[in-house]
Design a protein around this ligand. Structure first.
Ligand code: GLA
Length: 369
């Protein structure tokens, strides 16, 4: 077991005085490329990171315990706007889908940075879903579990997210990114061997509170839907670059990002197949520019990180996740120098001190006991 899984199992034993029947864990994610494309029926290319949420659980009882907050909450059908809404939502969605689960008690521990845009919420959902599937022998496949987790997030927690984060947490494989067609919900692993190319994936958490994230996210969704309506297509996935001339203003800018971003994801997969990391990187820079100028979800901190990565000769960098703060990523052969320089320049500009993580593409959710 990983350390975090041990911690959940130990917390369970301390709290409930016995060993848990099941221990499961699920990772957070970064997205290599393909931002805000998921709810437009398009393509995304996330990979799991080496930070996880673990859950230890048994049948019976009705308590949820968080080792991180040292806090117990009842397993109810109602919400209280706390971390417990995620496992509650997953249990609710499983019931709504007609599966027979039952009462359970569980202890959670996690090391996915929270509120940074690394999908700690998808990780707790995915870990809970997999644990409940094992506890009650539901036999639900992972894609369906991911859809249940998204439903929990949309309808129970009340956040209008797409399918990317839950898919990444449940379906990613070690050493690979995951290409997801968010319309057909087909997914396949794309090998991502950075190490043999002498590269690492550096994540910079700008520590900018994603305060406007919810309104900004919903505004972007609404603008994309308006653009699709004007173009007479079901989703922007179906729009082509030559259609964009029929749009103007905000709808044009938002749609241009989605249409070009979908194309970039497929080109990125091709670049990875050819192990052409320079090409992958330039697609990442182009993606960032599109998010900064057309989708308008970047911040001065994210832009500065990407600029410094470019100046340092990093093959690629971009913001990752919903935007409006949170994290950016860079492909780099020298994480130490880049992060040192970024720290210095952030201080000089009076920005919050950023946090850095170096990740290798990690495994998706697992039942470990
Ligand atoms: C958040 C959402 C995802 C996706 C990204 C942007 O992470 O949860 O569904 O829309 O933003 O790509």
């Amino acid at each position: 077991m990983r350390e975090i899984e041990d911690r959940a199992a130990q917390a369970y034993r301390d709290r409930f005085g016995e060993a848990p029947e099941v221990v499961a864990s699920a990772p957070g994610r970064i997205n290599l490329i393909g931002e805000h494309t998921d709810y437009n029926g398009g393509f995304v290319l996330p990979c799991a990171v080496e930070r996880r949420v673990a859950v230890a659980a048994s049948r019976g009882g009705n308590e949820l315990y968080s080792a991180d907050f040292d806090e117990a909450r009842p397993m109810t059908k109602s919400r209280d706007s706390s971390w417990a809404d995620y496992p509650r939502g997953v249990a609710w969605a499983i019931g709504e889908a007609g599966y027979k689960s039952g009462a359970f008690r569980a202890a959670f521990a996690g090391d996915v940075p929270q509120g940074a845009g690394l999908s700690s919420s998808a990780a707790i959902e995915a870990a809970t879903a997999l644990a409940l599937d094992a506890l009650f022998g539901l036999g639900v496949d992972r894609k369906d579990l991911a859809v249940l987790c998204q439903r929990a997030e949309n309808e129970f927690v009340g956040v209008n997210s797409g399918i990317m984060d839950q898919y990444a947490s449940l379906l990613c494989e070690k050493g690979a990114a995951l290409l997801v067609d968010c319309r057909s919900l087909e997914a396949r692993s794309v090998p991502l061997d950075l190490r043999s190319a002498g590269l690492a994936l550096l994540v910079c958490d700008t520590r900018v509170e994603r305060g406007l994230a919810d309104t900004g996210y919903n505004d972007r969704r609404a603008a994309c839907e308006r653009a699709a309506r004007i173009l007479g297509v079901e989703q922007l996935r179906d729009a082509r670059e030559e259609d964009l001339g029929r749009l103007s203003g905000e709808e044009l800018e938002r749609a241009r990002h989605i249409v070009t971003e979908n194309a970039r994801v497929l080109e990125a997969v091709e670049a990875l197949r050819e192990e052409d990391f320079r090409e992958l990187g330039s697609l990442m820079y182009a993606s960032h520019a599109s998010m900064r100028d057309d989708f308008e979800i970047s911040t001065p901190e994210l832009d500065l990180f990407v600029e410094l990565a470019r100046e340092a000769g990093a093959p690629g960098a971009r913001l990752t996740g919903a935007g409006f703060g949170g994290c950016a990523i860079a492909l780099t052969s020298d994480s130490d120098t880049l992060s040192r320089n970024v720290r210095q320049k952030f201080a000089g500009r009076g920005f919050e001190e950023p946090a850095f993580y170096e990740f290798r593409p990690a495994s998706g959710a697992e039942v470990v006991r």
